[in-house]
Design a binder for this molecule. Structure first.
Ligand code: FES
Ligand code: FES
Length: 258
């Protein structure tokens, strides 16, 4: 089974009160379903000089590069047990104002926002865009209640700053239905009682919808592996899995055609 690395929660952030030209880059390494990957290695290369810095995670699974200068960087992550080495290009800027004007594209609509650079994508989606279907649970990457799709990849919105998402296409649970018609996965959650208190539901829906839309014939083991990255505090896993299996069967039928 192929496992992919993704990067989330990385931002170059200098509090304006310091007025510095250096700052700290913090982040987490996640897998393709948004779950934190323990023990990954991060390498940061400044394109102009080829200077390399490496970081290991702290006890909370976060990575930190101190005294980073603005500029263009290549950030690479690798981890044992993952086939893919993930590389990202970063254009790092120092935030010099207490607020930034950004536009987020969420569910096909542009939201012009003025916010502090420290605000997370989760804060922005809920408090600024008013899309409260994305839930705030642990707010440190453990539960997955805040899962949204960013350029077609599930991410933990609590681990990313809003300013990082301004050129991305974001999809939240509010973007699943088409008008009054619920998505097949939403219908299956209702039919198979995949919802108890509903707190975890948006996160599970986003994981399942993304996996099934990308690969309707995804194997059961792979799907369970993806769902395992989120937590249900009502422990309703059996019915969540039943619902996702039912939705998968329906979506396979549709993709196979008459
Ligand atoms: S993982 Fe983001 S709120 Fe728990
Ligand atoms: S249904 Fe309550 S947390 Fe999952």
């Amino acid at each position: 089974m192929k496992r992919w690395l993704a990067l989330a929660g990385l931002v170059f952030f200098a509090p304006p009160c310091f007025g510095q030209s250096v700052a700290t880059l913090r982040g987490h390494v996640t897998d393709a379903s948004g779950g934190a990957v323990a023990g990954a290695q991060l390498k940061l290369t400044l394109v102009a000089t080829g200077a390399v810095r490496e970081a290991a995670s702290d006890v909370n699974g976060a990575y930190e590069f101190n005294q980073v200068q603005p500029g263009k960087y290549i950030l690479e992550a690798s981890a044992q047990g993952f086939q893919a080495r993930r590389q990202e290009n970063l254009d790092l800027l120092v935030a010099t104002a207490s607020t930034l004007d950004i536009t987020l594209s969420v569910n096909g609509r542009g939201y012009a926002l003025r916010l502090e650079p420290r605000r997370t994508l989760l804060d922005a989606i809920r408090d600024e865009c008013g899309l409260t279907g994305t839930h705030a649970g642990c707010e440190h990457g453990a539960c997955g209640a805040c899962t949204v799709l960013l350029d077609g990849e599930p991410i933990r919105a609590c681990l990313m700053f809003a300013v990082q998402a301004q050129r991305a296409v974001i999809r939240t649970v509010e973007g699943l239905a088409t008008g009054e018609a619920l998505h097949a996965v939403q219908r299956a959650f209702i039919a198979h009682h995949g919802v108890q208190c509903g707190f975890c539901t948006p996160g599970f829906l986003m994981l399942a919808v993304n996996a099934l839309e990308r690969q309707p014939d995804i194997g059961d083991d792979d799907m369970l592996d993806i769902l395992a990255s989120n937590l249900c505090r009502c422990t309703g896993y059996q019915n969540i899995i039943k619902a996702v299996r039912a939705a998968a069967a329906e979506m396979r039928k549709v993709s196979a055609g008459p």
